[in-house]
Design a protein around this ligand. Sequence first.
Ligand code: URA
Length: 434
Amino acid sequence: MRTVDLIHRKRDGEELDSPEISYLIDAYTRGEIPDYQMSAFLMAVYFSGMTDREVSTLTECMIRSGETVDLSSVNGVKVDKHSTGGVGDKTSLVVAPLAAAAGVIVPMISGRALGHTGGTLDKLESIPGFRTDLTVEQFHAQLSEIGLCFIGQSERVAPADGKLYALRDVTATVESIPLIASSIMSKKMAEGLDALVLDVKVGSGAFIKKQVDARRLAQMMVGIGRRMDKRVQALITDMNQPLGYAVGNALEVMEVSQTLMNQGPPDLTRLCLELAARMIFLAKITPTLEDARHVAENKLVDGSGYRKFKQVIQAQGGNAQALDKFELLPNATGMREITSPRAGYVSAIGAEDIGRASTLMGAGRDRKDDRIDPAVGVILEVKMGEKVDAGSVLCRLYYTSEEHVEEASEMVEDAFRVSQQKAEERELILEVVG
Ligand code: URA
């Protein structure tokens, strides 16, 4: 088989068969296909797409490129939740404890912040002492004991994805639906799950900007799961404004704490309850989704989700008191208010600009090995549709160094639009697939 022939055929929109896709992935993972040829192949996929059969084969080959996690020794139905990435998206930290409190086994394998979107591991590590580098034995033991464990992805799981993702990042081929679907599903299906709930974000702060593309991505991932005999459901949710009010690691942990005490922002609470309910339903803890919604709500209202999160923090070496005493979390040293230049209605809060401003102040990273500052970020004072006066505070920037504050402030000012007309309210949960 010649790599150039496969690139040629994909470029011309042909379907590749299983041995051809296996050859490409196996040889690339072993270092036998050079980056320049794989880059050309990825670009051919970007423009020509892939059939469902091709995407399933690609995903299977990526899973086979590394180890798979065996959770058969842990009793119970294992369900994870994965988001395609957003700004202020701290749902995992609320959803996982709620689902675990209801009896779901949640092996949550999460990622770090990259670009303008945040990462669950960075948020957790802003809690003093919290460790995510557990051994496989510790992971299994904690899942059996508490039903929830947060860890990072091992380099040994789906290594083909690690290599391909790094190449996509520098060849403008990240935003390809078949490549995103196979990347996410290869990692998730290698985790030993029984079911998966996906949150596919769409809008200015997401990788996917159009709902039609989000639907295609969701359908593709649900299809991959189904062909592997796993129960997968996807929610398509709006990411045109940050989720909740807080953007930035420790700031988001504070909002998670408030949300688990049932005092969180309405949009975040609503989405978390729906995601948790879907996990509870897929775990077959309740016979209907409606029953699962009641269970999720009870776990929030009676505080058991909150207690579960504290239990997990303690088990992973963190100081659980930080959830009640925010002064124990990393705190910023400086604060700047951004005010409205005019009276009117907030008609846009560009999530990507807010995410970029937060990253610029140190909350995120542009490169994998950049260090982050857990204390910094942005807290919105308003959400879309709210009425403001001239001079009303729109948001506050929290920082520890003056270096990028001017630039970040300009970005945040540009993110807000205040109009005379009240814009139509947007739905948060746009569609369910699967
Ligand atoms: N998240 C992933 O894991 N992979 C992608 O390709 C995009 C988002």
